[in-house]
Design a binder for this molecule. Structure first.
Ligand code: MN
Ligand code: MN
Length: 299
């Protein structure tokens, strides 16, 4: 059950996410450096009184998710690209997860429209007790009616306090095996559409991490680093660049991450790319479903 306090914090996080997406629409332009873009977006969230639920994801063209700029990243927004910006805001652990796609090539407008429309239709359809599989069916049918494919192995998800992915899946296709019904909870609805094959695969590259809780002694050589991040993040994802202020830090932080991985204390989120190198669009909103109501916090 969501308390009134939880709902008001979810709404506040949603309001900050909404304002941040408006800022994103004005800031993303070809030629802009993605490192300064990510820093600016994250700073904006903090200035509005939110905290970062995860590092801002910047997905260019066929990169679908899980890329955040790294320390000294020299990437820029390319001419003629499509760019997905996915942001996570939290207020006292209550999370808003939202994303949009911006196109710098009129050829991709149809792909954006298919994705945007599938999210709108899915949200119109949500009511207490609705089946997750039915939401998937609407997303799939809408995207296909525009001539594109949903990405089947990316999905919306349940959200809990300090937990971005609760384990509940809201599919982007008609998954008859998914028997979940939306009730008394928080959910992110996030269709991804593509002109590729409709699947993502993992790259070897990792730019986003989280820490596992531990029930045993942490080796002394990484205890300070682990405790610092865990106390700030409580298991929420982080970017390496957040902890690197100089070239010498970079080496130390990367070594510490390797050590944490060896001790099985690190979760890695590999960069996800469309399997057929198709272009990918994504739109996402967070909704609260109570016993009687549906509140879209990020719209
Ligand atoms: Mn998201
Ligand atoms: Mn999400």
């Amino acid at each position: 059950m969501l308390t009134d306090d939880a709902i008001s914090k979810l709404i506040k996080a949603g309001e900050i996410a909404k304002r941040t997406l408006r800022y994103v629409e004005q800031s993303v332009k070809p030629g802009v450096g993605i490192l300064s873009l990510a820093n600016d977006i994250e700073k904006y969230i903090l200035e509005l009184g939110g905290e970062l639920a995860f590092p801002v994801n910047i997905g260019i063209n066929s990169v679908a998710a899980h890329y955040t700029p790294v320390y000294n990243d020299s990437g820029i927004i390319p001419d003629g690209s499509i760019v997905k910006i996915d942001i996570g805001v939290h207020v006292d652990g209550y999370i808003a997860d939202a994303a949009l796609t911006i196109s710098f090539n009129p050829v991709y407008e149809g792909l954006l429209e298919a994705t945007r429309r599938s999210l709108e239709k899915a949200i119109e359809f949500i009511k207490p007790g609705v089946k997750a599989s039915e939401i998937g069916r609407i997303i799939e049918n809408t995207i296909k009616s525009h001539g594109y494919k949903p990405i089947k192995n990316l999905s919306g998800h349940g959200i809990e306090r300090y937990v971005i992915h609760s384990g509940v899946i809201i599919p982007n296709y008609h998954d008859v095996l998914n028997i979940h019904r939306l009730n008394n909870g928080v959910y992110a609805i996030e269709p991804f559409a593509t002109n590729g094959v409709g699947l993502v695969s993992e790259l070897n590259q990792v730019t986003i991490y989280s820490l596992k809780a531990h029930g045993r002694r942490i080796p002394d050589n990484i205890k300070v680093f682990y405790d610092k991040i865990y106390s700030e993040r409580q298991g929420l994802p982080f970017a390496e660049r957040w902890y690197i202020k100089s070239d010498s830090d970079a080496e130390n932080v990367r070594e510490a991450l390797i050590t944490l991985k060896k001790h099985k204390l690190l979760v890695e989120y590999p960069v996800l790319v469309e399997k057929g190198n198709g272009l990918v669009a994504q739109f996402e909103h967070t909704v609260i479903v109570t016993q009687k109501d549906v509140i879209v916090t990020t719209n």
